[in-house]
Design a protein around this ligand. Structure first.
Ligand code: MN
Length: 291
């Protein structure tokens, strides 16, 4: 085994609003060197860094829209999101929870701040990750995994306070809560200052880390808050040491080496499949969801 070195350290730049409820840095594919192909199976990563939303009687968010060909993974750090989709799935994701929605053949959904939370307002912090599906699974049945924090396996580290939450994949013998179509490790790492965690993933897996809180050193290199670390596809092992109390999202997945044809809410393999997706959507084949 050898060290997996940092290929690129990215400090996300501008933000934009998704609907009126999510103020995000688009890190994948919006950053230099982080194309969908390079990061596969992670084809999109939006990060809503901590941001204050004033109280609102009308919940802010994104109205009814479709998805086809991939999965949306929403990780709530602060604030609450309410979700509904045309396959009947829905629920509230609160701090520490994860929603893993397999859009696959197609769903309509809407994503809003939860009503009571919206009325109070507060600091909102969230990640939305899109995970691609291999061609053979793109038209499979939609599904919905609501992963509440208590159902997410945790590896408690030596200080008894730091931990690795295993959202998907494995860490130190603990298996993740989410079922995935291709091999993926998705870990939420909470480290007290001075604590360290070690990671090992196959060299070929596309691997990255996002520092959500605090500061860390990755293989000894300082990474600030909001820093995004892309690793080389060589070597397996790296370590993360907290230089202040820190929360780090670590992602590693086997690339899906298939062509990508993406436009807006649809991610397919060919242009013909994209056109089909638009046609099916226009013909109402994604079902119905009330505004
Ligand atoms: Mn969506």
């Amino acid at each position: 085994m050898s060290t997996k070195k940092i290929e690129r350290l990215i400090q996300p730049s501008g933000t934009h609003f998704v609907g009126d409820g999510f103020r995000v840095h688009n890190i994948i594919p919006g950053s230099e060197g982080l194309s969908m192909e390079r990061m596969s199976p992670f084809i999109m990563l939006d990060y809503n860094a901590p941001y204050y939303f004033s109280p609102s009687e009308t919940p802010r968010g994104v109205g009814v829209h479709p998805h086809r060909g991939f999965e949306t993974v929403t990780i709530a750090y602060q604030g609450k999101v309410e979700h509904h989709d045309s396959s009947g799935g829905g629920g509230v994701i609160a701090e520490g929870d994860v929603q893993w929605m397999t859009a696959a053949s197609g769903v309509l959904h809407k994503e809003f701040h939860e009503e009571a939370w919206s009325k109070k307002g507060g600091i909102f912090q969230m990640v939305q990750l899109w995970v691609n599906l291999p061609a053979k699974d793109k038209m499979s049945k939609p599904k919905y995994q609501a992963l509440t924090n208590k159902n997410i396996g945790k590896v408690v580290l030596a200080d008894q306070e730091s931990m690795v939450e295993v959202i998907a994949g494995q860490y130190a013998g603990v298996t993740g809560a989410a079922e995935t179509f291709t091999p993926i490790h998705l870990l939420n790492v909470k480290l007290k200052k001075g604590m360290q965690a070690n990671f090992s993933f196959p060299a070929a897996y596309n691997t990255a880390a996002l520092v959500l809180e605090g500061t860390v050193a990755v293989n000894g290199t300082a990474v600030p808050t909001n820093g995004f670390v892309l690793f080389e596809n060589r070597g397996e092992d790296f370590d993360v040491e907290a230089t202040a109390d820190a929360v780090v999202l670590v992602l590693s997945g086997e690339p899906i080496n298939e062509p990508i044809a993406a436009h807006g809410p649809f991610v397919m393999n060919t242009r013909e499949e994209l056109l089909q997706a638009f046609n099916d959507y226009n013909e109402g084949k994604f079902g119905y969801l009330e505004d």
